[in-house]
Design a binder for this molecule. Structure first.
Ligand SMILES: N[C@@H](CCC[C@H](N)C(=O)O)C(=O)O
Length: 296
């Protein structure tokens, strides 16, 4: 048996409510990750398998993040499973913080992370006495709600949707039943196309009870996933407006439970419009990518 450790690229695998990621530690920004390499890593049969890749780079070592280095030491270089770049990933940033904690690069408490959508402040809660790691919350900042009607279409069926930007784009459609979204193998149609010049993530939402909704999501660049943090926040923001509970109007913060196929996220909107999302963030494995495979 060959027990020699391959000299390859270190990686970890993690997830937040089953939105899963390959984590590539690259503190000095030396690893060239082409879109094809990302797609290979995310391939669930021929690769490690994931919804996206989180490259962990010191902000000072990355041209897109150097200006944020004084406030956030680490930059989340996020890529979708097809290799495309996205501005923000709400579950990803929480898993990113868990990785930093596990690697001993940060402790419990507040951990700012630089992203392409700006700095996001995560908070790592204390572990419980039995050692179970505490949940990780993130201040997602305020949502933007571009004006204009949007429609989501699957086959013959269409729904009015809300355009919500959480640093990345979302179209949120309330439906009668999540099964109406069908197999979600292809991206739903969204119109007008001009509302989303860079494409969009699409969420289908149903009510589960007071301040409690459930969603399915088709992610831009990744297909249907088991969870989407920015998507859950977009859904919450749309539900809050639909329910007449906007904290800027009522003067009271509001909390919603958002069920996703892979678990549950708890999301609060404050009176200043900032949105905090909390839930589990787990590292499940670590290893080394075979250099031959990576080069192929
Ligand atoms: N899963 C993410 C969102 C990842 C990016 C998205 N697919 C996009 O292209 O905008 C999340 O948890 O927010």
């Amino acid at each position: 048996m060959n027990t020699r450790a391959p000299q390859g690229m270190a990686f970890l695998k993690g997830h937040g409510t089953e939105n899963d990621f390959v984590i590539v530690p690259d503190p000095d920004g030396r690893i060239e990750l082409s879109p094809a390499a990302v797609a290979r890593l995310c391939d669930r049969r021929a690769g490690i398998g994931a919804d996206g890749v989180l490259r962990v780079v010191r902000s000072a070592a990355h041209p897109e993040a150097a200006a944020m280095a004084a406030e956030a030491e680490w930059f989340m270089d996020y890529r979708n499973a097809d290799g495309s770049i996205a501005e923000m990933c709400g579950n990803g940033v929480r898993v990113f913080a868990r990785y930093l904690q596990r690697a001993g690069l940060v402790g419990e408490g507040d951990v700012p992370v630089a992203t392409r959508a700006g700095i996001r402040r995560t908070h790592i809660a204390k572990a419980s006495p039995d050692g179970t790691p505490g949940d990780i919350t993130v201040d997602m900042g305020p949502a933007a709600l571009p004006e204009g009607a949007v429609t989501v279409t699957i086959g013959e069926r269409s729904w009015p949707a809300r355009n919500v930007n959480m640093g990345n784009p979302h179209a949120v459609a309330f439906v009668d039943d999540l099964a109406q979204a069908g197999a979600l193998l292809d991206a739903p149609g969204v119109s007008p196309a001009a509302a989303y010049p860079d494409g969009t993530n699409v969420e289908f939402v149903v009510d589960r009870g007071p301040r409690h909704v459930a969603l399915r999501v088709h992610e831009r660049g990744s297909g249907e996933t088991r969870s989407c943090g920015t998507g859950a926040c977009a859904v919450m923001v749309a539900a809050v407006r639909r329910d007449g509970a906007d904290p800027a109007v009522t003067g009271r913060p509001v909390t919603y439970t958002v069920d996703v196929p892979g678990g549950r996220l708890v999301i609060t909107e404050r009176t200043d419009g900032s949105i905090e999302m909390g839930g589990p963030a787990v590292i499940v494995a670590e290893g080394v990518i075979d250099p031959e495979w990576l080069r192929a």
